[in-house]
Design a protein. Structure first.
Length: 168
């Protein structure tokens, strides 16, 4: 009786599993690289940070801060009340700052809410606008910091604004 030659090909099921695993790992690596690139793309060297004006409430209206070396930034978020999972219109006005790019970095205070940094479009000199959405939160009341990041020829200028959302 003659024995059959040993099988040298991998079973289809195992090839699919290996191919799927490799594609998954590549996807994770590419996503990680894009995340790190986006994280560093506007961060650069922060050359100035405006002091936080804790008396201003973005839920009530636009807020404005000034940089020590000159220049102002005004941020408005509508509609109000500002809530999670609702489209938000973001408007930034600058004065005395020549920004090449503007982004608003939303960060949950006391809870990591993930990466959320919409880039705004330039409408005219010193006027930028775009859309954003806050993540959903399990807490009834959530504190946020919206940091306007202005990329200039000298580096990045950061203007922090804080507000709270209340889950409906």
């Amino acid at each position: 009786m003659m024995s059959s030659p040993p099988q040298t090909t991998m079973p289809l099921r195992r090839r699919i599993w290996i191919t799927g695993s490799i594609l998954f790992l590549l996807t994770v690596l590419v996503a990680g690289a894009i995340y790190l690139w986006r994280l560093s793309s506007i961060n650069g060297d922060i050359i100035a940070t405006a002091p936080l004006d804790s008396s201003c409430d973005l839920q009530q209206g636009a807020c404005q801060v000034s940089f020590q070396g000159g220049g102002r930034v005004k941020l408005s978020i509508t509609p109000r009340p500002i809530q999670g999972l609702k489209p938000l219109q973001l408007r930034v006005q600058t004065e005395g700052v020549d920004a090449q790019a503007v982004e608003v970095d939303f960060r949950g205070l006391g809870m990591n809410m993930g990466y959320n940094r919409p880039r705004l479009d330039k409408e005219s000199a010193g006027e930028y606008a775009g859309m954003g959405v806050l993540s959903a939160c399990i807490l009834e009341r959530m504190s946020w910091e919206a940091t306007v990041l202005l990329r200039t020829a000298e580096g990045v200028m950061a203007a922090p604004f804080q507000f709270e959302t209340i889950r409906p």
